[in-house]
Design a protein around this ligand. Structure first.
Ligand code: ZN
Ligand code: ZN
Length: 136
């Protein structure tokens, strides 16, 4: 099943043709900043299953953080679409809000960085919650 999506203005479009490997919510401070405050809902997939079908994103990687992820965003409207991390070679994550049909997400199975959550965040009942990342 192909999943399509794009940024707010339509300059950058993508398609995913493959399995969703992970459904997650990250509550780390960085994701709070990037998402608008509620945390970042995303799907994890094999980078080979993802391709840009229209336009090209811009890329940003913090130089002052070791092994920082590279964030891919629309240079026109600024919407953040996806990230790839050197800690997860061959994989990538895509923000649920950028999908044409976010309902395919069906909710997070895992929650990351719960130790950085705010008092107003609510954890989903049926998800596995990690204080930081699994295995760390
Ligand atoms: Zn855009
Ligand atoms: Zn995060």
């Amino acid at each position: 099943m192909a999943i399509s999506g794009g940024c707010y203005c339509g300059a950058v479009r993508f398609e995913i043709d493959g399995q969703v490997r992970m459904r997650a919510l990250c509550l780390c401070r960085t994701c709070q900043k990037i998402s608008g405050g509620a945390g970042n809902l995303f799907i994890g997939l094999q980078a080979d299953d993802f391709r840009y079908t229209h336009g090209e994103p811009r890329y940003f990687t913090r130089a002052d953080v070791a092994e920082a992820p590279t964030r891919e965003f629309c240079g026109e409207c600024g919407v953040h679409l996806a990230s790839r991390s050197p800690k997860a070679p061959g994989g990538m994550i895509v923000k649920v809000g950028t999908l044409d049909d976010p309902a395919v997400f069906a909710g997070p199975a895992m929650v990351f960085w719960a130790e950085q959550k705010q008092g107003f965040h609510r954890l989903p009942d049926d998800a596995t919650v990690f204080p930081r990342l699994p295995g760390r």
